[in-house]
Design a protein. Structure first.
Length: 94
């Protein structure tokens, strides 16, 4: 599956979940335009793309950027603090 078809599939899944009417309301893009976009009949203008993706809970990121889930970062923080506290307790006990 190409990156284009993966992106298209994800976008269509989100449309099914969120609903075109809600995307239209949030993004301010006409429902007819959204229908044509979903069917592949036409694209969106560049100024429409970000609001539509945002309404779908998606965003465009640079391929070289590193994206880390917030829950994952919180878990790493907890593990790090516990490890540091344990290390300090062990070294102060010597």
């Amino acid at each position: 599956m190409s990156i284009t078809s993966k992106a298209h599939s994800l976008i269509l899944q989100r449309f099914a979940k969120v609903g075109q009417t809600e995307v239209e309301r949030q993004a301010g893009v006409d429902n007819t335009q959204l229908s044509k976009f979903c069917s592949g009949e036409r694209g969106l203008r560049i100024d429409q793309l970000e609001p539509v993706l945002s309404a779908l809970g998606l965003k465009i990121v640079d391929i070289n950027s590193l994206e880390v889930d917030a829950d994952y970062m919180r878990a790493l923080e907890v593990i790090s603090v516990r490890s540091l506290n344990q290390s300090m307790a062990t070294s102060s006990g010597n």
